[in-house]
Ligand binder design. Sequence first.
Ligand SMILES: *Cc1c(COP(=O)(O)O)cnc(C)c1O
Length: 366
Amino acid sequence: MIPVGSPYPIRIDLFSDTITRPSGAMRQAMAHAEVGDEQKGEDPSTNELVALARELLGKEEAVFLPSGTMCNQISYALHCRPGDAILVDDNAHSLRHEETGAPALAGALFRPIKADRGVFSADQLTAALGPEGRSMARNAVLSIEQPSNLGGGTCWSLEGITSVTAVARAHQIKTHMDGARLLNAVVATGVSARDFCAPFDSVWLDLSKGLGAPLGAVLAGDADFISEAWRLKQRWGGSMRQSGIVAAAGTFALRNNVDRLADDHANARLLAELLAGHRNISIDPTTVQTNIVLFDLVDCPVTAPVLVERLLRKCGVRMGAFGPSTIRAVTHLDVDTAGVRLAAEALCELLDETYSMHVSKKELLT
Ligand SMILES: *Cc1c(COP(=O)(O)O)cnc(C)c1O
């Protein structure tokens, strides 16, 4: 059985920005949304969101989908034939958390590129292309993540994107951007979403992460690509009816919750700075660019999963364990600066307690 839900009450939730709940004002916008049949193109609120996304991302056409996962999977299935390869960083969400999607749905395999916090160079990409031949998978699509989730929220620079997409184009390889948190990268770097999206055949952004909408994502590309995307959306059961109820939340988020992402970034940096001083924690706060804080435990008597469980049980603070000694904390609109300070304090105190208990146990034994 796969465990579901937290068994303990949560006071401060830094597990993910997916846990954000629609605000009162967002719910008002949802309650008053005009709706129709989305499959027929007759839902005005969904059409409004799609038009807004087209403009924001600078693409010819866009489509509203239930999840970011579906955006990735539809794109891969359209860019690849069975037996093709998808070039991704070795920590990509589509590889680590959607591992079965592309093989099952597109018949494609992953060709992971060893990256630095989710980012790789044109030379690394070129080296990863490998030899051509009948027995080799054809490199069909380059997929990058902006910003990289498991890379600790690290942003690709516009130059980096320009250089890797140029290599892809030179090899007739399609380009895809997983922009689950694209607007975090936009706010952090000052580069426009349009500029980041321009070199890509397909791009998407998630409305349900730090933007605070309950669900949904928007996939964009040229009109032919989106028309083909609609075929798969229909086939896979992603076509909807009165989706305007949730699309209105997405529109509200794009109009009201983008600039405030800067607050989440400041809170993430603060959290990193507060944790960096602790002897059992290794993190360089200057690597924190957006709302994700990835840090390692050093000399800690317990593993990250054990510590994270204790933090939740004893302090009501939730973070995520990513491996035996790595922890991820994500800031978002439902946690304020005071909450971040409390979370850092709780974790540092818990580490001190864990460490001294361990040391005194050792003394008793020797
Ligand atoms: C969350 C996430 C996804 C999946 O999006 P869902 O809307 O949860 O399906 C894909 N890629 C990245 C980088 C993500 O963080």
